[in-house]
Design a protein around this ligand. Structure first.
Ligand code: S3P
Length: 441
């Protein structure tokens, strides 16, 4: 099996050229789950005692969370000799007033969830972000946190946010948008509130916030689409190994799905049912999916995934599936032209307010590769049986777009150039190396 040498984007050569592949085979582990990494780090900061996290996400977003926590007086360090292992010194519920703005970089998770924590602090904080984050809606956290008693200033619901925290009061809040970041933000704020804070979500979203709070010792109730937490519960530090990120694995699963006969194993992968609908989706498309050696760690299911490529049929993604697959939709759309019957995605207007307008950017790049795409306000309809051609892909600074089109490029005719491929570093710095390690050419 010929594997071409690794090419990594650098500042001097920021693009990456991807050659088509013939097959996918190999065994991988992927970086620690981004959603869990953010939550464990934030809760570790306000817990009593130290926390050790192994396989903490290597992505820039999770570094942004750690930098913000440092500015809030929480010390952390990398554990020498262990890759991606960190030790966080918990401060207990009282953080230190920040001497400078909390820079959340590109990370919506950092800004939204950390807002819930600083809303409960007896000081003022300012949260800022990069150009993309500065365009992302924050009214969804401003409303509930304001109802709890925090005072928040922002221009038109966009970052930067200035938050004057203080003692909070419990609320019973029905979230208008399905967002796990918002749910976690409210539950984290609930730790600083008098009484029991309750959140109801329109459709069930990932429950890492609830599970993480329990792992750190809090009692959290979950009933259907409602979660609740009593204020003033003490948290204690933990030792954890964070499972591999299934949204990162999605790119490799999609790559394997493209080649009938491919065989891929991904070890130590997150299998939380609120995230694993991706596996059902690929099963429906025709891909062979099996899950082995499932275990539970801090309430999170973890297992080994085997993927076997088979001919791809087609699929419709709508309703609660669109929320459950929200981070995977770019790669699902990017490979849709290679399916037999095409893919139709609706109820996914949230894609328009991610790191880029993912509906528009996916459509633009698929068209650049020669596909016919029907762009809708809340999704995309992509016919099957189309041929894609190598082209220049502009990810618009969005990590998931850069990775999605690197996968689409594997079945295209000719070479594909991903401009600013280093955007992938936001969630997966070793992505192109790992992809290269499983492609047979
Ligand atoms: C996340 C929730 C989702 C997802 C994001 C991570 C989380 O965002 O797109 O990548 O960790 O809670 P929303 O909560 O905005 O849907």
């Amino acid at each position: 099996m010929a594997r071409p040498p690794l090419v990594r984007p650098t500042a001097a050569k920021p693009h990456l050229d991807i050659q088509p592949g013939r097959n996918i085979s190999g065994v991988l582990t992927v970086p620690g789950d981004k959603s869990i990494s953010h939550r464990y780090a934030m809760l570790a900061a306000i817990a009593q005692g130290p926390t050790e996290l192994n396989n903490y996400s290597s992505g820039q977003d999770c570094v942004s969370t750690l930098s913000c926590l440092q500015v809030l007086g929480c010390d952390w360090k990398r554990i020498s000799g262990r890759e991606n292992a960190i030790r966080i010194e918990g401060r207990g519920p009282e953080l230190r007033a920040p001497a400078r703005a909390l820079d959340c970089g590109n990370s919506g998770s950092t800004m939204r969830m950390l807002s819930g924590i600083v809303a409960g602090q007896q000081f003022a904080s300012q949260l800022i972000g990069d150009e993309s984050l500065s365009q992302r809606p924050m009214a969804r956290i401003i409303h509930p946190l304001t109802q709890m008693g925090a005072r928040i200033w922002s221009a038109e619901g966009l970052p930067p946010l200035s938050i004057q925290g203080g003692k909070l009061k419990a609320i019973d809040y029905a979230m208008p948008v399905a967002s796990a970041q918002v749910k976690s933000s409210i539950l984290f704020a609930g730790l600083f509130a008098n009484g029991v804070t309750e959140v109801a979500e329109p459709v069930r979203t990932r429950d890492h916030g609830e599970l993480a709070l329990r792992a750190f010792g809090a009692e959290v109730r979950q009933e259907g689409n409602r979660a609740s937490i009593r204020g003033a519960q003490p948290l204690h530090g933990i030792e954890a190994h964070i499972p591999g990120d299934i949204s990162a694995a999605a790119f490799f699963i999609a790559a394997a799905a493209l080649f009938p006969g491919s065989q891929l194993t991904i070890n130590d992968l997150l299998m939380n049912p609120t995230r694993a609908r991706l596996l059902d989706f690929f099963g429906l498309l025709g891909t062979q999916i099996s899950v082995l050696a499932v275990q539970q760690r801090h309430g999170e299911l973890v297992g080994t995934l085997r993927v076997g490529g088979r001919a791809l049929k087609g699929a419709t993604v709508a309703g609660s599936d669109s929320a459950a697959l929200i981070d995977e939709l770019p790669v699902i759309a990017a490979i849709a032209p290679y399916t037999r019957d095409g893919v139709s995605i609706s109820d996914a207007s949230e894609l328009r307010v991610k790191e880029s307008d993912r509906i528009a950017v996916v459509a633009e790049n698929l068209r650049a590769m020669g596909a016919t795409v029907d762009e809708r306000p809340d999704g995309l309809v992509i016919k099957g049986g189309q041929c894609l051609y190598g082209a220049q892909i502009d990810p618009h600074g969005d990590h998931r777009i850069a990775m999605a089109f690197a996968v689409a490029a594997l079945r295209a005719q000719g070479e594909t150039r991903i401009v600013n491929a280093a955007a992938a570093d936001i969630s997966y710095p070793g992505f192109f190396r790992d992809l290269n390690s499983i492609v047979e050419r």
